[in-house]
Write a protein that binds this ligand. Sequence first.
Ligand code: ADP
Length: 193
Amino acid sequence: MFNLILFGPPGSGKGTQSTNIVKSYNLQHISTGDLLRDEVSRQTPLGVEAQKYMDQGFLVPDEVVIGMISGKIDENPGVRGIIFDGFPRTKAQAEALDKLLEFKNTQIHLVLSLEVPEDELVRRMLGRAATSDRSDDNEEVISKRIKEYHAKTAPVAEYYDAQGKLERIKGDLDIQDTFKLLSREIDKYLLPA
Ligand code: ADP
């Protein structure tokens, strides 16, 4: 198995590039943002709890997210690998993920971090707000999401950097050019399917 984390601040293009990577390399896609929004739209007990945090731009508590993800990792045995998108977002989540993968005799091989200047992030998210039906894409909540990123999520990059697994990728090029940079790193481990 080849397991990849696509890392980066909100608005850095993780969702878009995950779709490209999944198509090229045939990996299983696990996006905690998508999973949480699905729980919210079905108004499950987990979704009702998570929504309180998401609507305010706060991270959902670690135990909720970790519990939700552990079942997903086992959902498709025999996959080539998994791309984690929007997870882990705290050091506690990263440690929990390491344990879950170790239990399956595998590990995270590579963490690709999309680097985008902050003014570009805000510009993109405000642009998306006009057309998305996401309740957290408005100016006030966006600035809280960016604050949460700096306080809790940015340290996750250091966690993987210390393990020699982090590669920083320019995320402010056009979509195809950033995808080429990402592919160049992935190709060192896994060729397109
Ligand atoms: P973005 O990265 O653009 O903010 P996501 O779809 O990844 O969007 O996440 C949307 C919201 O879902 C986050 O602001 C947060 O409240 C919640 N969320 C998603 N993934 C996690 C996670 N791994 N841990 C905690 N909260 C999460």
